[in-house]
Design a protein around this ligand. Structure first.
Ligand code: ZN
Length: 65
């Protein structure tokens, strides 16, 4: 099981245990957290999970709506 890191573009190698998995994995290259979902070896979705330390409270344009 491999996913492409949305942040660095590097391949993230995952073991067979991730063939059916939903949750977060960490890119060892850049440290980004990826939210992935896999089913029987197929990648169903991958998204970049915002790292808690990187979230700036003021940088939330949707909050004004
Ligand atoms: Zn990365």
């Amino acid at each position: 099981m491999k996913v492409i890191c949305l942040s660095s573009g590097h391949k993230v190698e995952l073991g067979d245990a991730y063939d059916s998995y939903a949750g977060q994995v960490k890119c060892v290259t850049c440290g980004a957290i990826l939210e992935i979902r896999t089913e029987t070896g197929d990648l169903r979705s991958v998204a970049l999970a915002p790292a808690v330390a990187r979230v700036a409270p003021t940088a939330a344009p949707d909050a004004t709506r």
